[in-house]
Design a binder for this molecule. Structure first.
Ligand SMILES: [Cu+2]
Length: 293
């Protein structure tokens, strides 16, 4: 019994201690279990939580497998005599009630901590974006470009064109999400974050979050609707095009001067061009062919 108790204590301590060491997170594909690396400041906290939760789960798993293996070998049948029976062993029952509780308490503590960090907002973000979701596409409004929404620079997608949301690195970006119809969900896998887009903001619902994209993460990233919203939900994609702050300013300047999203991007991001590269519109013709064959 004494040995079991000691083992349990060591296990509990190890589990709680592990996430506190997260300053030295192993950042590679293996520990991320296929998760994207994350391109925002906020995503690093989420990634750390995920990695250490997996490690904690592995420790519990290995311990349980080891104990199972040990009992199978140690208590294999050697004769007809029954081994010592330990049913209704109160200390043992207390131990295996307390250990899971400590594990959940640890996971809960770190989850709440990370959640608070991720949902933290500055009162004065550098960039304000309004995201309007509708069946089955997206409209992005650059809220800082004009007071009146009708005058703001915007990009809207249609069935032939993937809407591109242009964002700068190294600036705090605030997203205000709203829906014209049903519940959608704004998801950029590389943010490691998604937020439901629930209609009815006028009721005081707070569909707002902030991210800061890290320097050096310029590129094209796919964005998706992550809430089943009807027939063409699966094709409700968009692209996030991350530019340096300088290129972002230039992009908005061109847009304000009357250039289309395509033309402005052709000029500021010639490497990737004006059309989406992270995803493409649904090819209706191809899809019909496939279902025919
Ligand atoms: Cu949707």
């Amino acid at each position: 019994m004494a040995r079991g108790n000691r083992l349990a204590r060591v296990a509990a301590l190890g589990l709680l201690g592990v996430p506190t060491l997260s300053g030295c997170t192993p950042d590679n594909e293996f520990w991320r279990w296929g998760w994207p690396a994350g391109i925002t400041d906020q995503s690093q906290d989420i990634k750390d939580l995920w990695i250490w939760s997996v490690i904690a789960a592995l420790i519990v798993g290995v311990l349980v497998w080891a104990l199972m293996g040990w009992s199978i070998v140690r208590h294999r049948k050697r004769g007809d005599e029954l081994p010592r029976q330990t049913a209704y062993n109160l200390p043992l029952e207390i131990v295996y009630t307390i250990i899971p509780f400590l594990i959940i308490a640890g996971l809960f503590f770190f989850t709440v901590k990370v959640q608070n960090e991720v949902q933290d907002r500055s009162d004065d973000p550098d960039v304000n974006i309004t995201v309007q979701a509708f069946k089955w596409n997206w409209e992005f409004l650059y809220a800082d470009t004009a007071e009146d929404e009708a005058d703001q620079v915007s990009t809207v997608g249609n069935s032939e064109e993937i809407p591109i949301l242009v964002l700068p690195t190294d600036r705090s970006i605030q997203f205000f999400l709203r829906s014209a119809d049903v519940i959608h969900s704004f998801w950029v896998p590389e943010f490691l974050f998604k937020l439901d887009v629930i209609p009815g903001n006028e009721n005081g619902r707070d569909n707002v979050f902030q991210v800061t994209i890290e320097e050096g993460q310029e590129g094209a990233y796919v964005g998706r609707c992550a809430e089943l919203c009807g027939t063409y939900h699966a094709y409700m994609n968009f692209e996030v095009r991350v530019l340096s702050g300088e290129d972002y300013d230039r992009y908005l300047q061109l847009r304000e001067g009357g250039a289309s999203t395509f033309d402005a991007l052709e000029e500021v991001d010639p490497e990737r061009g004006g059309a989406a590269v992270a995803t493409r519109p649904w090819d209706f013709a191809e899809d019909t062919q496939r279902s025919d064959g």
